[in-house]
Design a protein around this ligand. Structure first.
Ligand SMILES: NC(=O)c1ccc[n+]([C@@H]2O[C@H](COP(=O)([O-])OP(=O)(O)OC[C@H]3O[C@@H](n4cnc5c(N)ncnc54)[C@H](O)[C@@H]3O)[C@@H](O)[C@H]2O)c1
Length: 379
């Protein structure tokens, strides 16, 4: 097994997602945290980097300093994860990709579609991996749902109901990790749709193997003073003819994480909830609903590959993100698993689609919920 040298930009001490990346990247020992510029505060970033075991000369105070120093090293990094707030993703990803580093970027990949198109072009020119952390696609039972839809287990998909509605921002929480999510200069044109809803949209396209074609959106700001939406309802049209709905909210008190997806086809339905991730409900038409369990022999190979322990034990979010890191490792290694991994790992094109879907929803919501086409990446 190759162990890759791994770096991080952002994800400092106390950040929401930084610790998950470190647990996930290390789980299968494919990656070793080697360098980082982990924090907006240079000193805090350096000292946390060393606390995590980085050599002092590779615990950087700033990502530009990190890039300049890493670029010519013979033992340079194999993968750089970007886990800063949204408004720096493009600049950091662009700089590292341009220097030939493979990148694993947090969502949203960029703040707008032009930047996203630029990253597609750059990753193609540099022939460098640029993946995006749509983390929930790493869950085994999501991969099972995708395999079942592809196999025709529920027939042609008619309707998708997706929900990512939590109550985590139901008050005017002044903590920095909440405040930036409603600041358009940092978050972009959308708050909860970008932050939460975009994950559910990605799951829908991932499971269906389809693209989102058009959206009609209603945005609301429930907590006074917010500049961006904290509740949104979208109607969806997919290229293959399926329709869908998405409710996303950060003011849904009582819902803890609140991510569910249900897919209804001509001959059956599938239902999955992130808070019970080890079960997938399968309802063939005219028959009793079956509960498919993670880690059991009757599952599709890609679902089995995504599990590390047998059925009945709990696996969760860290393992799901670890599956994306394992896919990235398979691609970087270039061995027999690389091609299959490319079909699983959310790509730079998926990052574009996510940004384009949000942009179409913003346009729709600001124009009285008219249907808005989702822009396609060209080429
Ligand atoms: N994929 C997921 O499931 C998931 C979950 C949570 C957050 N996210 C995404 O991850 C990103 C970070 O979110 P978060 O909740 O962890 O934010 P956060 O505010 O909790 O943490 C951000 C971290 O980045 C650091 N940082 C900020 N600017 C930096 C810079 N220029 N250079 C280096 N470090 C910098 C901060 O010091 C902090 O440590 C966001 O884009 C968010 O959308 C994704």
């Amino acid at each position: 097994m190759t162990q890759f040298r791994w770096g991080m930009v952002g994800g400092g001490k106390g950040s929401q997602i930084g610790g998950t990346h470190r647990l996930a990247a290390h789980l299968d020992r494919h990656f070793a945290l080697t360098a980082g510029a982990l924090d907006i505060d240079p000193e805090r970033g350096r000292s946390f980097g060393m606390e995590l075991g980085m050599e002092p000369d590779r615990a950087y105070g700033d990502w530009r300093e990190m890039l300049a120093a890493e670029i010519d090293r013979p033992d340079r990094l194999d993968l750089v994860t970007i886990a800063t707030p949204n408004n720096s993703h493009y600049e950091v990803a662009r700089a590292f990709l341009d220097a030939g580093f493979a990148v694993f970027c947090e969502k949203p990949m960029t703040l707008n579609v032009d930047e996203a198109a630029d990253l597609i072009a750059l990753s193609r020119v540099r022939r460098t991996l640029c993946a995006v952390n749509y983390s929930y696609s790493g869950y085994p039972m999501i991969r099972q749902a995708r395999a079942m839809v592809a196999d025709g287990a529920i027939g042609k998909v008619r309707v998708v109901m997706a929900e990512f509605a939590h109550g985590g921002h139901a008050d005017a929480d002044p903590s920095p990790g909440t405040v930036w999510r409603y600041d358009p200069k940092i978050a972009g044109d959308s708050a909860v749709l970008t932050d939460a809803g975009s994950h559910a949209l990605f799951l829908a396209t991932f499971i269906l193997g389809d693209r989102l074609d058009a959206v009609s959106a209603v945005f609301d700001r429930c907590v006074p003073g917010r500049e961006l939406e904290d509740d949104a309802l979208l109607a969806l049209r997919f290229s293959g003819g399926a329709v869908g709905r998405l409710w996303t909210s950060s003011v849904a008190i009582g819902q803890i994480h609140g991510l569910t997806i249900r897919v209804f086809g001509e001959t059956g339905g599938l239902s999955w909830s992130q808070e019970q991730p080890n079960q997938l409900y399968f309802s063939p038409i005219g028959e009793a609903t079956r509960i498919l369990e993670r880690g059991t022999a009757y599952l599709a190979p890609e679902a089995l590959k995504a599990s590390r322990i047998g059925g009945g034990h709990a696996e969760g979010f860290v393992e799901a993100v670890a599956n994306l890191y394992r896919d990235a490792a398979d691609i970087l290694a270039g061995g027999p698993e690389a091609e299959a991994a490319r079909h699983r790992l959310p790509t730079v094109e998926d990052g574009f689609d996510g940004v384009a879907a949000v942009s179409a929803a913003v346009d729709s919501a600001s124009a009285g919920s008219i249907w808005s086409q989702v822009r396609r990446a060209t080429g």
